[in-house]
Write a protein that binds this ligand. Structure first.
Ligand SMILES: [Zn+2]
Length: 58
């Protein structure tokens, strides 16, 4: 248990528990987690947009 069990939904920014997550999507061999199908669908349309946003924050 710890911070490694949390992940962020890149679409809406919500923090999610990996073991409770309902929607996942594998892109470029990395797994992304979403709060629901709505965010998953948005990510699928423009994955690079959301991934880029995440990198800019760091
Ligand atoms: Zn979401």
């Amino acid at each position: 248990m710890g911070e490694d069990s949390l992940t962020q939904d890149l679409v809406c920014g919500m923090m999610l528990r990996v073991d409770k997550v309902k929607a996942t999507y594998t892109y470029h061999e990395k797994v992304y987690y979403f709060c629901g199908m709505g965010c998953l669908e948005r990510f699928k349309k423009e994955p690079d947009k959301y991934i880029k946003k995440e990198k800019e924050k760091l």
